[in-house]
Ligand binder design. Structure first.
Ligand SMILES: C[S@@+](CC[C@H](N)C(=O)[O-])C[C@H]1O[C@@H](n2cnc3c(N)ncnc32)[C@H](O)[C@@H]1O
Length: 294
């Protein structure tokens, strides 16, 4: 069970300080974000496969407020459902890759899982493969503020941002290759939805990731769209038919109520319950774990 955590205050306070908003203007800033949170939620209600405006700083800020806190726990539950065990790593360091990681809430969920279930792993050296450069500042500044909540006292989480278009980069040889060659574990969270429109390219992207990395397992976590459930099963079947995986899992669907609290100031000024500004409580997601033949 994930212990209670409190990501909202540090996220909101970082957003304010990075945008030079003084304490007496923060209530107004929360209210001003209503428009952008509504727009972001509208975008995510549209049919899948549509490109989202991650290049827009307001969209990214809205993502941090409306989604990031909720997307920390799913990977924890996804791993715990299978009681996934991790082998010893040299120096206790796991090298993890997060595909379409964006601001990488899943890195915190993975850290919490390792803290609770893999005492022999004391550090995660992560690389976030994401084509949106703007997330780099979040990895450099916000994640180090949040990480201690999810690590044991001596634990470490470092994240490097590799800004690349994964789907178009994986075919050729590039600077991503050396990182991948040294990758133990792959996380793909809410990424299939983004690359789903070009099915063949998506399949080949994961084939290349498997071939170029040394990872033994890959976890997928996706928002609970029906089409994506089917797509995950087809991807698992295709990779298995190519002789790349040891198993051919069927995705499973989970619903969790993350153990977080929305601060009163955000409930009164941002998540006010009107239109698309409801305070989110539950997260429903599909998950599957692939075991790679090595
Ligand atoms: C919905 S966000 C998910 C972020 C994070 N994994 C989470 O669960 O909150 C999807 C991310 O995929 C990235 N993305 C979409 N297509 C991509 C591509 N072809 N190559 C690299 N990143 C991509 C976007 O920039 C975005 O940051």
């Amino acid at each position: 069970m994930v212990s209670a955590h409190n990501p909202y205050p540090p996220i909101f306070s970082w957003l304010c300080s990075t945008n030079n908003i003084p304490a007496d203007k923060q209530t107004a800033a929360a209210a001003a974000m209503r428009r952008f949170v509504s727009q972001a939620r509208e975008h995510f209600w549209q049919p899948m496969g549509k490109q989202m405006p991650y290049h827009d700083g307001f969209f990214r800020a809205a993502y941090l407020l409306a989604y990031f806190p909720y997307y920390i726990e799913p990977v924890y539950h996804a791993l715990a459902a299978d009681k996934l065990q991790f082998a010893e790593r040299p120096d206790g360091v796991m090298k993890a890759a997060f595909f379409g990681g964006g601001p990488a809430p899943e890195a915190l969920g993975l850290a919490a899982y390792l803290r609770d279930h893999a005492p022999h792993i004391s550090a995660i050296q992560g690389t976030v493969f994401d084509r949106e450069q703007g997330w780099g500042k979040v990895h450099r500044e916000l994640l180090p503020i949040l990480a201690p909540q999810y690590l044991r006292e001596s634990g470490r989480l470092t994240l490097e941002h590799k800004p690349c278009d994964v789907v178009n980069c994986m075919g050729s040889s590039c600077s991503c290759d050396s990182v991948l060659q040294d990758t133990d574990f792959v996380v793909s969270q809410n990424f299939l939805t983004e690359i789903y429109a070009n099915r063949d390219k998506a399949f080949h992207t994961f084939r290349t990731i498997i071939e170029k990395s040394r990872c033994k397992a890959m976890v997928f976590v996706e928002n609970a769209y029906n089409d994506i459930f089917r797509f995950m099963g087809e991807l698992a079947g295709w990779l298995h038919s190519q002789g790349l995986t040891r198993n051919r899992p069927v995705p499973t669907t989970h619903c969790i109520r993350p153990r977080i609290t929305i601060p009163q100031a955000l409930l009164e000024n941002l998540f006010i319950g009107e239109g698309l500004l409801w305070p989110k409580r539950n997260v429903k997601f599909h998950r599957m774990i692939l075991f790679i033949k090595r």
